[in-house]
Design a protein around this ligand. Sequence first.
Ligand code: UDP
Length: 323
Amino acid sequence: MKILITGGAGFIGSHLAGSLLGDGHQVMILDDLSTGRHSNIRYLDDGQNVEFILGSILNEALVDDAVRRADVVFHLAAAVGVSLIVQRPLESLATNIRGSEVVLDKCHKYGRKVLVTSTSEIYGKNTSEGLGEEDDRILGSPLKTRWSYSEAKAIEEVLAYAYWREKGLPTVIVRLFNTVGPRQVGHYGMVIPRLVEQALLNLPLTVYGDGQQKRSFCHVRDVVRGLVELVSSPGAEGQVFNLGSRDEISILDLANRIVALANSSSEIQLIPYESAYEVGFEDMRRRRPDTSKVERVTGWNPQANLDEILTDVIADVSERLPE
Ligand code: UDP
């Protein structure tokens, strides 16, 4: 098949492209390289089965042409990363709302199945033991910039769902929880590449708040397998799925684990949220998915544990760091 990946030069998109190529598909990558990087996809380029289209999902003519030529669409292009959202909210809203509207509209025009990647930020401050797809969203004030990402992605979900209900467009919505692995960069906030880089440079590890907030990290390889399995499952159409790991760790414990695995002499430094982000910044204390739905529909379960993830990231960041 010919598969279009919007945001295909990003961290997750580039891993997805590699996996689909390995399965014998042709891949079109549409990316404006705002946070995606050409180096992420350079290694894919055999000139035969990969087509790279430089441009934004806000460019209707470009999206129209790409969707027309595709059999299936994975919509991953988005403004992501807490730091980026807090620094550039307007641009992030335009990409995440208007851009998704363009992609869904074109998928409808040409009748193309589309998998839309949403986010665990949807749940906001809901700290349930295991967040289920039907659980409530608990958000702070819209004037706290962080929540604008959750709002934008919720609108994207509503759009995708409405296209399925009202127009019969086959859509699948996937809420990605913290996804990590090689090629992820720390510039936009992501904690693991940031802490690994600090550890390898023997700099203090910047743990925000009291470090007791918890996250569940999933290897990008497992996430990509889940995306491919979901798009291939007829039972997934018109549905929303959590995709992520259920293994939880506090950020302080994570930092200690990274120091140990990287053989680092770094210390750990606690940094108040208002210095790290902005005054009044709200974090989630916890965010752990219930993934029984994806398991029921596709049999998916993550395979890589945290140490395997960290070992892969340490190797990747070591290669990228200057001597
Ligand atoms: N975090 C941290 N130090 C950093 C970057 C992030 O302690 O240098 C914390 C952040 O405040 C959050 C957790 O790590 O509690 C995960 O952050 P990330 O931005 O990776 O993901 P998200 O907040 O979207 O779960």
